[in-house]
Design a protein around this ligand. Structure first.
Ligand code: M6P
Ligand code: ZN
Length: 186
């Protein structure tokens, strides 16, 4: 019997993937319109600055029922006004799909929000594992001066619903106020 060599490699220390069918998604300041409280500061920023980068393995086409995607996200350090760099945050387009995150490097907060806008935060630090239940929106925030790197695994038909986040916000914002990380209401 032929033993097949692995087609994919995952670096446990850095979360970096290599091999076939690996895609990349990047978000720059210009892609973040409407997500930060201070839209004027965002507009004044160098629009090409990277806020976060996602690298992910897609063994099946997006939208395939029963498949899984596996990736890593790096949220770079920085702030728009007094609000830390973060991912856009999303519900799943198919709401009853869950997801796992695990923190690899750096530290930050994972904000989660249910459908009634009830919002809570979990600390992300190397080794922390986070289960995001169905119907719960998720956003990660880098609250330090080093990159925040975390892994993720999600169903290939989950999809991303950003419209609702733009419309109703995320319950809480994470800002640096008088030098300290502070959670404030939207
Ligand atoms: C993780 C996964 C991806 C998501 C990415 C960035 O890698 O949850 O599905 O796209 O984080 O998050 P967002 O799409 O909310 O900006
Ligand atoms: Zn998700």
């Amino acid at each position: 019997m032929k033993i097949i060599k692995p087609k994919l490699h995952y670096d446990n220390m850095t979360g970096v993937l290599s091999g076939e069918a690996i895609g990349e998604k990047i978000a720059r300041i210009k892609d973040m319109a409407g997500f930060y409280a201070d839209e004027n500061s965002r507009k004044r920023f160098d629009q090409d600055v990277l806020v976060y980068r996602v690298q992910y393995y897609s063994p099946v086409p997006e939208g395939t029922e029963g498949g899984l995607f596996f990736g890593n996200t790096t949220v770079f350090p920085g702030k728009v006004g007094d609000e830390y760099f973060m991912t856009k945050g999303h519900y799943h387009a198919i709401g009853n799909r869950g997801e796992y995150y695990w923190c690899i490097e750096g530290s930050g907060l994972l904000l989660m929000m249910d459908q009634d806008n009830h919002t809570w935060a979990e600390e992300m630090l190397p080794g922390s594992l986070h289960y995001m239940p169905a119907y719960v929106a998720h956003r990660s925030i880098n609250v330090r001066k080093e990159p925040l790197v975390f892994g993720a695994c999600w169903p290939s038909d989950a999809g991303h619903e950003y419209g609702l986040i733009l419309e109703k916000g995320f319950g809480l914002r994470v800002k640096e106020i008088k030098g300290a990380m502070t959670l404030v209401k939207y």
